[in-house]
Design a protein around this ligand. Structure first.
Ligand code: ADP
Ligand code: MG
Length: 290
């Protein structure tokens, strides 16, 4: 394959020489069910990652490649079997400096939408009125003001996912971890949410780790795309996304560079899937169409 401009990619074993990385994973291994009757599932194998401060990084890869496991290890909810994890130079621990959008939303069913967002702010904002104002601001941002007094069960899956996003953003964390936050949101709302997320992030650059299945979304949002997979979870490549910001002021998807990056990533993914004996499409002769 001949790409007019090859993407800048580098192995993640060497961190960028500039500012010290904000999130560092060194030789991280994680096996679920190790020592049990079955051999156990290798979720991460020698994962090395260095996320620069203020970077927006997309984690892209097929189901089961270990994306969620990476987020849980960064969050401190899960300990690796071996290897080192450092957040701002210290071991990770869950707290208000980290916002997490779970794949499963995890809303409190007996609390309203506003209540769900306020609950995340109890420690950070002791003053009730101030807390409510902050919650309402982020509920508005995700377009759900009309539903602030509704309960999660009254909302669609996509709306619940937006609540989960509002709850994580409202904390205004230094590190934002998002696990497929737009996966169940319809296409139009998804585009609006992508734009809002970019606006927010540009105004207050926290480190963002964003898990997605979508190649387009991975490129659109990120400074770097970390390509993972297939099993066992490894980082295969890190691609720099050299598209101008802000990206909501022009049709970034129509840019030549965007199209090149997308073609490159799709080609990599197609090759991975067709060569993975565990894949449903292993060994098939799927042409590139180009
Ligand atoms: N709690 C768990 N117990 C056993 N296996 C798990 C657990 N969590 C994840 N796994 C396995 O680890 C691998 C990676 O999972 P995950 O990180 O959720 O992948 P992804 O988010 O990329 O889909 C998968 O094979 C998955 O089945
Ligand atoms: Mg996952």
């Amino acid at each position: 394959m001949n790409y007019p401009v090859a993407p800048t990619s580098h192995a993640m074993t060497s961190a960028p020489a500039t500012a010290p990385a904000r999130i560092v994973l060194e030789g991280v291994n994680k096996t679920f069910g190790a020592g049990e009757k079955n051999a156990g599932t290798v979720a991460l194998k020698d994962v090395n990652l260095a996320v620069p401060d203020r970077a927006f990084v997309s984690l892209l890869g097929p189901s089961g490649c270990g994306k969620t496991t990476v987020l849980r290890i960064v969050n401190g909810l899960l300990a690796p079997d071996s290897g080192r994890v450092l957040i701002s130079g210290a071991p990770p621990r869950p707290g208000p400096n980290m916002g997490f959008v779970f794949q499963s939303f995890r809303l409190i069913p007996w609390s309203t939408i506003r209540g769900n967002v306020e609950f995340a702010l109890v420690d950070a904002i002791p003053d009730r009125a101030e807390r409510r104002a902050r919650a309402d601001r982020y509920i508005e941002l995700v377009g759900l003001s009309r539903f602030a007094d509704a309960y999660p069960s009254e909302l669609s899956g996509g709306m619940r996912q937006r609540v989960a996003l509002a709850r994580a953003l409202a904390v205004e964390p230094d590190i934002l971890l998002m696990d497929e936050p737009f996966a169940s949101i319809d296409a139009q709302t998804r585009e609006l949410m992508q734009m809002e997320l970019m606006r927010l992030w540009s105004a207050r650059k926290s480190v963002a780790l964003f898990v997605t299945h979508s190649v387009d979304e991975a490129i659109l949002l990120a400074d770097q795309v970390v390509l993972m997979g297939p099993r066992p979870g490894r980082i295969l490549e890190v691609i720099d996304v050299d598209l101008e910001r802000p990206r909501w002021t022009y049709d970034v998807r129509a840019e030549k560079r965007f199209i090149e990056l997308r073609a490159y990533l799709w080609d990599r993914i197609r090759t991975l899937v067709l060569n993975d004996p565990g894949s449903d499409f292993y060994g098939r002769n799927l042409g590139t169409g180009r």
